[in-house]
Design a protein around this ligand. Structure first.
Ligand code: NAD
Ligand code: MG
Length: 414
């Protein structure tokens, strides 16, 4: 594809993009990158569950054809468009999960950014996959819950799945171009395409090096103040507990078809290296950059081409040092629990994810202490007898059951 200096692509209309979770942090970064390339991409569909006034502003800015709002909120949303004097024609407004799935599958958008947080993102992301689209995956919880089913749908429907999570995007960039096509012949062997292991980097979050006693009185505000990244509140808490790294470990196993033993978590406080791949010949490849999600988003949008993301170059002369250390899984037990859930397989990762979502919400609402988050998750995991995760209904039932067990646990504590 040849791009002119004004950003237009020779002989091609702009590509339609749907942004699921447009009012969130990843949604924000995505729209920032898209706004840099109006001749190349057109925003045709947006969704938001929270911050409807922001969704109305985005509607004024991008003039999408479709918007999805929460169930029962169409009237309120139209009133906001009116109040903000958003010029006509207004978009078609759909509601709830059915609206999200319809919008994700609509042929007007061959590209879908999956940036809804949590289990709520699973059905719409899967709908985009089943429509055979280019799916930019930020919603890691979808893959944690339904990894095998999800990856099978990617193959079956010929979708193009591109990881947006910065670590997985980095790993993707460090793998050989034929990694995925070499699956059949090399998957069973001790190494795959010469890959020995993945080194999944983690900043360590705001409480790196803290002892258990120090963590007892941590507040939601402290947990959400991440040293290197600006993110939504749920993933910020997950980063503080290192459960985000646990979810990412499971995500990496599915995306790159590797067992959990071949994914090693490395604490790297500077967040300059976004992950590494080690090969059997002693080579270690790394991807470096500023901690700004616009880089992996632009990569996933344009792959296999490259696109200006608006992010400044990394100033290597300004890098004082790069440190690496092992995670403390005694203090941050959620990481160990995630690995054990992946090793147990079946429905356990979905159970782990659901229990964590309930625990994080309770922590953010002041109902649960920071150190109790992994305690709650472990209690739910041990009460659960696993089963196979080969249907969506089995996965959703496990998710619901785990939420009930987690709420009961909270209830018993008064
Ligand atoms: P956020 O909380 O800032 O935004 C979440 C978006 O999802 C919002 O638009 C919100 O309205 C929508 N949403 C929330 N609940 C919903 C529901 N029940 N139904 C439909 N929509 C709903 O979160 P974020 O930080 O942008 O993260 C989004 C996803 O990307 C998460 O899965 C997160 O793990 C992943 N991710 C985020 C970052 C980051 O830097 N923020 C990095 C890597 C991966
Ligand atoms: Mg990440």
């Amino acid at each position: 594809m040849h791009e002119h200096r004004d950003g237009t692509v020779a002989g091609q209309a702009p590509l339609g993009v749907c942004v699921l979770g447009a009012t969130g942090s990843i949604g924000d970064s995505t729209l920032k990158v898209l706004a840099l390339h109006p001749q190349r991409y057109r925003v045709v569909a947006l969704s938001g569950q929270t911050r409807l006034a922001r969704l109305a502003e985005l509607t004024a800015q991008f003039a999408p054809q479709q918007v999805v709002v929460p169930t029962g909120q169409t009237g309120a949303f139209l009133a906001l468009l009116q109040a903000q004097s958003v010029p006509q024609p207004w978009p078609e407004v759909l509601e709830g999960e059915a609206g999200l799935c319809a919008m994700a599958a609509d042929p007007a958008a061959p590209v879908v950014m999956a940036a809804i947080v949590g289990a709520a993102g699973l059905a719409p992301t899967l709908a985009a996959v089943r429509a055979g689209k280019r799916v930019l995956l930020a919603n890691k919880e979808a893959l944690v819950m339904a990894g095998s089913l999800f990856m099978q749908a990617v193959r079956q429907y010929g979708a193009t799945l591109l990881p947006v999570d910065s670590e997985h995007n980095a790993i993707f960039q460090c793998l050989p171009a034929d990694y995925f096509s070499s699956a059949q012949c090399l998957h069973q062997g001790p190494s795959r395409a010469g890959v020995r292991q993945i080194l999944l980097t983690a900043s360590g979050g705001p409480f790196r090096g803290w002892r258990h006693e120090q963590l007892q009185s941590v507040t939601p505000e402290q947990a959400c103040r991440h040293p290197n990244w600006q993110m939504g509140r749920k993933i910020s808490v997950d980063s503080a507990t290192l459960i985000n790294k646990g979810l990412e470990l499971i995500e990496a196993c599915h995306l790159f078809e590797l067992p959990p033993e071949r994914v090693t978590v490395v604490i790297h406080p500077q967040s300059v290296i976004h992950s590494m791949v080690q090969y059997v010949d002693g080579s270690t490849l790394a991807q470096l950059g500023r901690p700004d999600m616009c880089t992996p988003i632009a990569h996933a949008l344009a792959w296999p081409e490259r696109l200006d993301s608006g992010v400044a170059d990394l100033d290597v002369f300004a890098l004082a040092r790069l440190d690496f250390e092992a995670p403390d899984e005694q203090v941050f037990a959620g990481l160990r629990l995630a690995r054990e859930a992946m090793q147990a397989g079946g429905l356990m990762p979905a159970v782990f994810n659901a229990a964590n979502e309930v625990a994080v919400e309770a922590f953010l609402n002041g109902q649960l202490g920071f150190c109790q988050i992994p305690v709650l998750i472990e209690s739910v995991l041990t009460q659960f007898s696993s089963g196979t995760a080969d249907t969506l209904s089995a996965i959703l039932a496990a998710d619901q059951h785990a939420r009930v067990l987690a709420s009961d646990w909270l209830g018993r504590r008064g």
